[in-house]
Design a protein around this ligand. Sequence first.
Ligand code: ADP
Ligand code: MG
Length: 630
Amino acid sequence: NAPKQRHAYQSDVARLRKIVINSLYSHRDVFLRELISNANDALEKLRLTSLTEPQVLSGAENMNITIKVEKDEQGNGRIIIRDTGIGMTPEELSTNLGTLAKSGTSEFLSRAESDTTGNGNLIGAFGLGFYSSFLVADRVEVASVAAKSSNNPNPAQYVFSSGADENSFEIFPDPRGNTLGRGTEITLHLKPDALEYGDTNTIIDLVNKHSSFSTSFPIYLYTTRMEMVPDEEAQTEAKPAEEKSEVEEAEKPAADDDEAVVEDAEEKSAEEKREPRLKPITVEEWIQLNSQPPIWMRDPKAVTDEEYETFYQATFKDYEKPHAWYHFAGDSGSGVSFRAIIYVPSRLDDKYWQNPLESVTKDIRLMVKRVFITSDLGEEALPKWANWVKVVVDAEDLPLNVSRETLQSTQFLKQLKGIITKRLLQLLSRIRDEDPEKWDKVQEVYGNVFKLGAVEDFKNREKLASLVRFATNQRNSTTLDEYLENKKKGQSQIFYLADMGKSPSELAKSVFIEKLHARGYEVLLLGDPLDEVFITNIRRWKKIPFQDVAKAGLKFGDEDLSPEEEKEEQALLTEKYKPLIEWLRKEVRVKGAARDVVISNRLVTSSCAIVADESGYTANLEKLISSSHA
Ligand code: ADP
Ligand code: MG
């Protein structure tokens, strides 16, 4: 046997392995999902590489994932997960499994401490998937044969082996030789307290729960069951009935039809004598666990929310649930029919606002007839404001070996981009109109994105601007449409007050608002720098211009009534409400609360307002004075 090479783990790996093992103990189920996800990645890589280098397909016939559980006489349990994917060379075994590829170490550490979601999705999201094996195994062996290629003309099978408590791992040629042909086989030696995972039923449950739709490659599970078959040797000697075993009795078909009931007793016993003896045998069978069609191919009505969420989390490696999704079938217009699910994540990438229009991971997973092709459709995929959306698309009518370059030269991508954007906007406006609670959550994350989008995406400006909402002096939030519905008779401007960095409640106290407020006008309160960018770019909504209330040009609009008309209306109302006014006058004068009570035509939403004399203090100043005296 060739010598075993011992390597020390990178110090970070040892530390992280410990965290994964300790902090995720209660979610140790995730190990299977992570290993299946790795197997799927390896198979996808193989398929993509084979388009340009067909020889990688040699070594093993099928592309699949198999799972086998074993138990020995001492009660030790093992799980063996195998894939016929791209495999790993000995060097890759060492770098991929012994060092950390991801740079998010410190981010992981801080998240691991504050992971309140408690669903263990962190490991997958931070590329620590393989180490989750140690949640259930005290020793892990990875045998692998890298696919044959010009760089790897003579594939050999090597083993990576490590114990859960060891600070090092070993790499050595597999003493069994090349048993795999191609791909990777992971053997988990189960911890004594994790033996339940060595049960086929547990595996079936876990795959159904977490992985049944996370791969389009078949997952097979090795099962055994007992079956009764004729025993050829025992057949000639017919033994007395009382010596028959219980098993055989149970195997006999029940006499449940009329024919059997009227059967002649004599005939029956003769029959029995001729009947062959039965013996139990073990039947070995590979059963497919993910035979259901993938989620996007199913009828949306038959998919549960939980399935949509689990699928999202597994596919896009997000440890949080999405805010919303839209599942639809479409046609590109150039004859490509497809099915898609678009997801609105519950948070934006941390980098989004550093460079909002460029820096987000684009995640449109394009498949052709269930086969993954690419998740990078290039810059052209979506308008920039929407580049956070997560999408799976499965096109029916594209060739399987389509390359990204070919794709780019077809109409399909451009049309797809238009359709996804349109459906995303539909989804968002539907939440706005139908689910106020969810809309609040969406606004919290994407409110500013919509403003940005309205500025950037000229074509969808109207729709995006209709999603934007602002606080006002009258309510917590209003859309521009709602603002216009609430505008006063004759009002010909949309009023706003912008003061960057101030909160709505601070802005509402401004002296610029006071007069408008008293007269019943709604004023948008803009405290975010993007608000002003938005307003100055949009300039008008449904032909009504925006007006900064702190600037010249303010028109109330109700000056439009001629002085005579106004006087006339005033007189009419005063006459109508005479008894009320007289009573109120008496009351306020006695109490010294105000100098007079008059009818006003300025108010719309408020029933009354206390106003200063033209020469008097404003209410705000009064407040200031009284508080400084206090
Ligand atoms: P991630 O999958 O996020 O990269 P993992 O810890 O799950 O992180 O896996 C680390 C790396 O090990 C993978 O990126 C891949 O290169 C390699 N690897 C893991 N499992 C397999 C496998 N079954 N076949 C081939 N390579 C694998
Ligand atoms: Mg992984």
